[in-house]
Design a protein. Structure first.
Lengths: 126, 126
DNA sequence: CTGAATCCACGACGATACTG
DNA sequence: CAGTATCGTCGTGGATTCAG
């Protein structure tokens, strides 16, 4: 790793950029993680995640669906039932995300501590 | 792992949320990755990353510094020289991020393909 | 239950110009 | 070279309301 040459390592067409930008919002990673246990209903995700609005959940799921990470299954029942499920591609993203959450569990304390010991929103040009 | 119980798995105080939101912007992960080779100067990062503005770079570095992931070293020289470096805490985040970029390199093709086969911004209420 | 549509606030982001 | 300030734009995200 760490083997990008000098001159143009992070070009816009770098595949890493796509993934980073795919997760670069408040809910995408959380929603993916919420789907990691199997098919889940819309309402279930709302409860499961906690704090997300229906609008953002739907919007996030739509994007993930467009990216081929999530599949949607609507059942013509009464009341309506819609289930979301990770595609194999989406499921393969769970592992990287999980690596991230594991880091979080081990280092959240240190990060919070650093935030606490840096209470000065003061610039360096002080 | 993957064993969050039903009822409240993703509470706001979950450490994973902090990390996800820390990376939930366009540049944080990229900047961290750009620092993974060792101390780098401001201007070098601009060239290295490509596409980021000085403002966003400084802003991102400031936040990472506040979170204890990056350290800043200013040298009183002429012309001024400022180097940024990952702290041990920050360095420990490179691995999870690298896992993500590896996934990207292997699956970016599939994602782009899915995006291509989903040209319909049409709702499901079709 | 699901989700679309609207209104609105806020912050991210970029471009530029200016300071040290 | 490094960084700030300002401005304008646009997307994100929340609350609410309407529809199937």
């Amino acid at each position: 790793m760490s083997g990008f040459g000098p001159g143009g390592p992070f070009l816009a067409d770098c595949p890493a950029r796509l993934t980073v930008e795919l997760l670069a919002d408040k809910w995408t990673a959380v929603v993916l993680y919420g789907l990691s246990r199997g098919p889940v209903r819309h309402g279930e995700l709302i409860e499961l995640i906690g704090g997300i609005s229906r609008k953002m959940l739907t919007q996030t799921l739509r994007r993930l669906e467009a990216h081929g990470l999530v599949s949607r299954h609507a059942y013509a029942e009464v009341p309506p039932r819609v289930e979301y499920e990770l595609t194999p591609l989406g499921a393969s993203l769970i592992d990287p995300i999980h690596t991230l959450t594991e880091w979080a569990r081990e280092n959240a304390d240190a990060v919070l501590d650093a935030l606490d010991t840096t209470p000065e929103p003061n610039g360096h040009g002080d």
